[in-house]
Design a protein around this ligand. Sequence first.
Ligand code: NDP
Ligand code: OXD
Length: 310
Amino acid sequence: MIRILFSAPAPLWPEYEPHLARALQDKGIAADLSPVCDTPSTVDYIVYAPNGPAISFPEFTRLKAVLGLWAGAETTVGNTTITVPLTRMVDPGLTEGMVEWVTGHVLRHHLGMDAHILNPDHAWHQVSAPLARQRIVTVLGAGELGGAVAKSLAALNFNTRAWGRRDPDIAGVSGFSGRSGLAPALDGAHIVVLLLPLTAATENVINAETLACLAPGAFLINPGRGPLIDDTALLAALASGQLAHATLDVFRTEPLPADDPFWDHPAITVTPHIAADTRAATAAPVIAENIRRSEAGEPLLHLVDRKAGY
Ligand code: NDP
Ligand code: OXD
């Protein structure tokens, strides 16, 4: 019998337990699944959220893999007590949610919805938005999430660009890669979406220099990670009008402190790290498949590349 420890915040257990049990059964895996563990040396797999109880792993002497529930691995990748394969979450439900969240915020800014929703002067403002094809949207990060977002924005006719370490190959999307591709990817962009992982190489990727590449009055949307943005440069760009608005879902400190100036800034929208969540129904089969693969001696899906940091 395989022993699986579910190490995530307690409220998630009733949500995940039935889905995990069913997904394991569907794969023909007999498992003892539990959110508590008295004998770490008997555990084979840990289903892991960084904000759950397990933080140190040496006592899990029989461990075969740590299976992350989060897409981002920046808080786990440096944990030297994890010596077994470490996977991150690639969940179709999470991807779907991210596409919806980003599309909603892109359309808000593209269509200038605020001018009509917030119209205290009752102004009869008959200004039509340009067509999507006239709007350059750059997605930084072209992986599972950024790639899906870029594809959906291109399907809406946005003039879409995507940037990754390797050249993204997404139908209808212009691909850019590497440091030398960053300025061309941002050049004249009207809307920028950040879907990069947080690594030493991506921290502060949005700074005074990169913000200056954008079209004046551009919009920034960040569902990636807070430290991707140099906050001082962001505030300066909003003050000068180089940026018209920033929609931020992630922050250097979370929860964002109640007295943080971002909350009341007229050109910043704060959302509380809700852009997209891992969904138990669609994530459980991914976890079960990796356990099946591990037991069969096959390569695991979605392994974290510890050297690259994501
Ligand atoms: P992936 O690993 O699938 O994609 C990451 C992308 O970033 C890849 O295109 C990768 O390039 C690119 N990249 C990484 N480093 C660099 C670099 N130095 N220069 C250029 N490009 C780089 O991750 P996901 O798409 O699954 O997730 C992205 C991030 O979204 C997560 O790390 C997390 O921080 C965030 N997230 C936020 C959520 C929220 O609710 N706010 C929910 C889930 C995730 P390449 O393709 O060449 O490897
Ligand atoms: C994640 C997140 O990484 O929720 O999954 O940010």
